[in-house]
Design a protein around this ligand. Sequence first.
Ligand code: 6PG
Length: 254
Amino acid sequence: MAEAAHQPPALTILPDAVQLAQAAVNEFRAAAQAGIAQHGRFTVALSGGNTPRTVYSLLSQECRESLDWRKIFIFFGDERHVPPDDPQSNYRMARESLLSRVPLPEQNVFRVGAELPAEQAADDYEEKLRSFFQLAPGTFPRFDLIFLGLGEDGHTASLFPGSVALSETSRLAVANWVKKFKAFRITVTFPVLNAAAQVIFLVSGADKAGIVREIFTNPNAAYPSQSVRPRNGRLRWLLDRPAASLLAESSHHH
Ligand code: 6PG
């Protein structure tokens, strides 16, 4: 059922980063089992950066045997414009912490070809999405689950404040110039995020406390992450206590 737009998203606060990772693993496992049971496969878009590394390595330890990885299909919400073996690569981080540790067929992983020129990488990734999901023109892939992170500037995926990709409404993936990095990122767009069956933000650490308070107390602030409102899907926030430390007691939804 569709979440009412005004409804505050479900917020769960875990005591620390390890218990946040455990909660994320539990959500991944439940969504994967449900997706495979209901439609024979589970499609997930992974987030990058540092926060999810702990999640992915715990996932590889806990679910190596208990999930049918042949039916799990891995995509990425965004990618840096670097080759797949670059230390900055989200694919490399996921490969090291998860993909190389579980019996996942190679053809089940759809990485962004970020070694290509940026626009070509985005076109290529969009084509991978269109053909895997067998999309009719003008339709968007409905991921079973999308993990997202939150930047201190309120960005998510590589949808940064003030960047062109924020206003993209028809492409599935674009090359987005990020001024502060003087670099391109390849990112899925809001229509893809908002077509998902479930989106879970994973936010850890005291550094994020300020932006978390902004987002949960200022609904009109218009940070990019606030435009993530799945039209017919579930939106969840998993925070650890340091990241939630500036939230008033009253705003906790356990
Ligand atoms: C990336 C991510 C990005 C990340 C946030 C938070 O490519 O870096 O997709 O959106 O989730 O920047 O990053 P940390 O988890 O490293 O704080």
